[in-house]
Design a protein around this ligand. Sequence first.
Ligand code: SF4
Length: 133
Amino acid sequence: MDNCKKTCLVDCDAGRRMGCATFCCRKLVRLQPDEMEPTDDATPPKGFVDKDPEGYCIYFDRNSGHCTNWERRPKVCREYECNSDFLLQVVLRKGFKNIADLAKTAVNTHILKENYIKIPVLHSPSDKNNNTV
Ligand code: SF4
């Protein structure tokens, strides 16, 4: 599991059934400098992906649970591995309302690594056609 980043994908459909609430696509998605769109004027480029009014990434399709920008999703999304994220463990046990509430809850939550609940992994050598998030 620990070496899974580039070779496996988490089964997001299973994760949602387990209660992950797709919180990862409601986090701040920061862009690398080479992913930022240059501006026409002297203002600095935007360093994050926009959110919709309910806090979801604008590329997240709530009907399908898929990323509509999968082929071009930001590096942070490609490298994020939810099964090692403490916040996922909090969400699976205490639910998710919003990021601010989660951050407050996490401060007062202690979960040992050996007790982490793991979202199943889809073993796939290529993520080309799998756009679940
Ligand atoms: S995986 Fe796609 S939907 Fe999720 S945060 Fe990244 S760009 Fe947005």
